[in-house]
Design a protein around this ligand. Structure first.
Ligand code: PBG
Length: 326
């Protein structure tokens, strides 16, 4: 008899064996979606573990080559570069130098590994003596002066071989100005991955040790967004799209999964998420104490970011995730 009320609903049927669970799985993590951050420092023979980020290193360029080769052998071919300099000044001049750390790295890495994808973080905080993401005027970030600087920095990165430029300073009209500068300097085809929805987060602490980029006074709340704000994130994203962004980023990822989903539902562009340093270091610390299983938690975290809507993920877990597949 076809009496609907007698049919018991049993969603667990599709969970009863490993192969049924696999058949029923809605998404799979793939190394192709992961972007590995790399910190590069001037000097030779340097491989310094970052105290606040176990298993993450500051490399000198000669040591980076080994790391990249290793990662390529584990199917990781996308990197975002962060440069660390000891030549800091008020204006972040070293960011523009032809012999700057990013410029040299782009050139030398591309020479050895022409097929890989190199993204550059476009920001001034690693180069300014005050550690802020732009030029200061009366102690405050001068948005429009900063635009001129990041235009030059973007062109320099593209000249030296960057495949994607990622403005990360939350500078108003930044994407537009970077696009104009790239277009008028023979780089029409270099995409912009904009840190569009970047929040003034407390999860960046460990990175600032790694990149030696902590603000020497104050905080970044006058340019990065407040984490209460959801609609403002969409506004920033829409502005960046109008200004010519090719890829939209949400950062951080874990406390902002709702924002990733909002953005994914709103835009037709690829969405990137940055699983930031604090999110990484919390897992490393808890697993060191045997309070959680690092590999399983890593998998769950990366899956949740993808499920929220990220098409690509910048994460310090890239290497260990790739190793776990071998
Ligand atoms: C800015 C930049 C920061 C991060 C990436 N690019 C730091 C900041 O805004 O203070 C943080 C990434 C992380 O925490 O992993 N150059």
């Amino acid at each position: 008899m076809n009496n609907k009320n007698n049919i018991k609903k049993r969603p667990a049927r599709l969970r009863s064996t490993k192969s049924l669970r696999s058949l029923n799985s809605e998404l799979a993590l793939d190394t192709k979606d992961l972007i590995c951050p790399i910190f590069i420092k001037k000097g030779r023979n340097i491989k310094n573990e970052v105290e606040s980020m176990p298993d993450i290193y500051q490399f000198s360029l000669d040591m980076v080559f080994y790391e990249i080769e290793y990662l390529l052998n584990h199917n990781i071919d996308k990197f975002i570069l962060f440069g660390i300099t000891d030549k800091k000044d008020e204006f972040g001049s070293d960011a523009l130098s032809d012999s700057g750390i990013i410029q040299k790295s782009l050139k030398e890495i591309k020479k050895r590994f022409p097929e890989i994808l190199l993204i550059t973080d476009l920001c001034m905080c690693e180069y300014t003596s005050h550690g802020h993401c732009g030029i200061l005027n009366d102690g405050k970030l001068d948005n429009d002066e900063t635009l001129k600087h990041i235009q030059k920095q973007a062109v320099s990165h593209a000249d030296f071989g960057a495949d994607i430029i990622a403005p990360s300073g939350m500078i108003d009209n930044g994407v537009k100005h970077v696009r104009l500068a790239l277009d008028s300097n023979n780089h029409k085809n270099i995409p912009i991955m904009s840190y569009s929805a970047k929040f003034a987060s407390n999860f960046y602490g460990p990175f600032r040790y790694a990149a030696e980029s902590s603000p020497q006074h104050g905080d970044r709340k006058s340019y990065q967004m407040s984490y209460e704000n959801r609609k403002e994130a969409i506004k920033e994203v829409q502005l960046d799209i109008e200004e010519g962004a090719d890829i939209i980023m949400v950062k951080p990822a874990l406390s902002f999964l709702d924002i990733i989903r909002d953005v994914k539902n709103t835009v037709n562009l690829p969405v990137a998420a940055y699983n930031v340093s604090g999110e990484y270091s919390m897992v490393k610390a808890a697993s060191k104490l045997n309070w959680i299983d690092e590999a399983k938690v890593r998998h769950e975290i990366l899956t949740s970011i993808k499920r929220a809507g990220a098409d690509m993920i910048i994460t310090y877990f890239t290497k260990s995730f790739a190793e776990s597949l071998k």
